[in-house]
Design a protein around this ligand. Structure first.
Ligand SMILES: NC(=O)c1ccc[n+]([C@@H]2O[C@H](COP(=O)([O-])OP(=O)(O)OC[C@H]3O[C@@H](n4cnc5c(N)ncnc54)[C@H](OP(=O)(O)O)[C@@H]3O)[C@@H](O)[C@H]2O)c1
Length: 292
């Protein structure tokens, strides 16, 4: 059985949809914190069990019969994230899994100023140390994050952020499809994949220019100092750790940590990855993303 964690989250839910197109439903299970949120999957024949990374007993039950586990990284950061991922890896090994596929990141790096990157590095290391066959999907930076960074610039006409760098923005849908392909073909990739990215790396000035073109309204890219940016976020009510996280992201992007462009995602999908422009257009125009 292929078991997917995080299946009530954006990426995991989409992976399950795409697995259902490839694998019989009775070979798919989900491990989720709130099973009632997965009722629609249960109705389609997917096994739904409660699994919380902070509750190892729940994982033992949720992972019963697992052959492959898709471990979707949690939305926490730092030590809680790494210990959550370790708990899932330990439970997969104990349940007799053949392989763990993990949603890592293209910028995985123990020394990155962007906290999730050292978390991914520690998790990849834990996977190696577990001895289980594993694939780390080095996912590109979510294009949805570019939409988030645009934020209220659509109203104010000013995209305010510290100095940044180019990012090879990648659509959730493409990463979900790639994960489903890799799970359905158990021999695909051993260890880390190459970076799974879109075809172009664009910085925030490019994002502002794209958004200007799509909305017909001028959006200016305004560069501010690191401390000014952080202080403004905190003054607007952001928790300090959130402000540090966002500042770390820009520090990492300016060092080029998310700039690589690699053809592997397009090869896996059999078509060009979704450009950032399509994701932005769907976000600013409220239309559905294009079907690929
Ligand atoms: N590649 C990138 O650029 C990028 C950017 C941002 C994030 N990420 C990573 O990619 C992951 C998936 O992205 P997404 O968009 O699907 O995020 P998401 O919608 O926030 O999904 C995160 C999932 O993690 C689950 N989760 C959190 N804590 C858990 C726990 N203790 N036990 C079990 N499950 C737990 C959540 O469960 P519930 O559904 O119950 O809340 C949710 O389903 C994120 O969590 C993050 O690690 C990557």
């Amino acid at each position: 059985m292929i078991i997917v964690t995080g299946a009530t989250g954006q990426l995991g839910r989409d992976v399950v949809e795409r697995l259902l197109a490839r694998v019989p439903a009775d070979r798919i299970g989900v491990s989720v914190r709130n099973p009632e949120k997965a009722d629609a999957l249960r109705a389609r024949g997917v096994r739904v069990r409660r699994g919380d990374f902070t509750d190892p007993a729940s994982l033992a039950h949720a992972f019963e019969g697992v052959e492959q586990l898709l471990l979707v990284s949690t939305d926490t950061t730092g030590a809680p994230a790494v210990s959550a991922h370790r708990a899932a890896i330990d439970a997969a090994v104990a349940a007799g899994a053949r392989r763990v596929v993990y949603t890592s990141h293209m910028g995985v790096n123990p020394d990155s100023p962007f906290v999730p990157m050292p978390d991914h590095a520690a998790t990849e290391q834990a996977l190696q140390e577990s001895g289980i066959a594993c694939t780390s999907l080095r996912n590109g930076f979510y294009a949805a994050s570019a939409v988030m960074m645009l934020g209220n610039a659509l109203e104010t006409g000013r995209l305010v952020a510290p100095e940044d760098g180019p990012v090879s923005w990648t659509a959730h849908a493409d990463l979900a499809e790639a994960a489903a392909i890799v799970l359905a073909d158990a021999g695909r990739f051993e260890g880390p994949t190459p970076a799974l990215t879109g075809e172009r790396a664009l910085d925030l000035a490019d994002v502002a220019a794209l958004a200007s073109r799509l909305t017909g309204r001028r959006i200016e890219r305004v560069v501010v100092g690191d401390e000014e940016f952080r202080d403004a976020l905190v003054a607007q009510g952001a928790p300090e750790h959130q402000a540090d996280l966002l500042l770390g992201l820009h520090r990492a992007s300016r060092k080029g940590e998310f700039a690589a462009v690699d053809p592997t995602l397009g090869s896996l999908l059999g078509h060009a990855p979704t450009p950032l422009e399509d994701v932005l257009r769907a976000a600013v125009g409220q239309e559905a993303p294009p079907v690929r």
